[in-house]
Design a protein around this ligand. Sequence first.
Ligand SMILES: [Zn+2]
Length: 412
Amino acid sequence: MSTTLLANFEFHCYGCDESAAVEPRGAACGHCGEPLSLRFSGKDAPTCLDSPPESLWHYREFLPVADRDSIVSLGEGATRLVEAPRLAAKFGFEQLLLKNETSNPTGSFKDRQVSVGISHARELGMDTVAVVSSGNVACAAAAYAARAGMRAVLFMHGMAAPGKIAQAAAYGAKVLCVNSPSAGAVFELCVAACERFGWYHLSTSGMHEPYNVEGAKTIAYELFHQCGGDVPDWIVTPVGGGGLLGGIWRGVLDLKRAGVLNRIPRLAGVQAAGCAPVKQAIDKGTPFLETLKSPWPNPKTIAGGIADDIIFDGHTVLPAIRTTDGLAPVVTDDEIIAGELLLASTEGILCEPSCAVVVAALNQIPRNGRDTRVCCVITGTGIKDLDAIRNQVAPPARIAPTLEAVDQEMNS
Ligand SMILES: [Zn+2]
């Protein structure tokens, strides 16, 4: 597999701020050894920033796919930014905004990353993609492969929700549930299979495949447009491997470099207490490469979608939090379920547990008087994982088919 780097792109190290002009897929920074990321290097601000997006591909100038015919799209991105006035009042924020990624084609923000990654794969002439996933990436890879007429092989590990496995299989993908407690071992198996069988590795791990995480940047561009040429004071997201928050940060930096934005929001990446390597790294000041030596032992949380024992995008998410005076909040499983039900019952959006961490962490975001504008990225729908809340909601009242019974129940 070979590639040529696109015009207007370079590889950049966010660890030491060095850039490399040549394609070093999978190569490390020659100065500090951290993985390299793609970066837009055009001289002029792209004209796409001046008009509203109809999909993620509105921002094609910022995305590393040269051949328009290679684009695989289901209409991802261009998601709504929704006001959440009741949640804002509850937590004491001037404004609380929800970037509703549940409306993406397969129900999660991963559609952004997979659309860009699989388009790159098609541009390379690949016919099969393979991913490691706890669920959402697998669903997205399966759907976009079906859309492209390509084959998808999904390596799913023990944390995958049954509903997500069924969804992925429905798109016609080959689903392999790997019998191993180690996420790292499943990942190594997928990588080895890609090498052996000539498949494109579509996992959303920026340290291995920098093209696959590029789609997350578009959330920053959309927020910039939706906030009238500005960004909120805080952007709060869940963190598993870190590609989402790292991507939003890189998108914001693109806007600053383009000269259209003059400030950087503070970024909060929320994890579950049962798997919190980012929190640990931030608290201890651990360099990214050091974190790889000690994966989080025995991840255990209801938020299976963010139970990554390794910070696969630590080379971007750690500086994203550190350089923006950000935060790495941690929440318990009980707080996560409560957050999911709070969001659903106050604002009408049902998210999955892996996303509900952001609601659960809102009381940890500092208030600057009342002039704090916060945006939570609602990364994935809860409809895929109803088992998580089935026993947490009130059971239905069973009544006789009479008005009296209705009246009695409503007043009980
Ligand atoms: Zn470097």
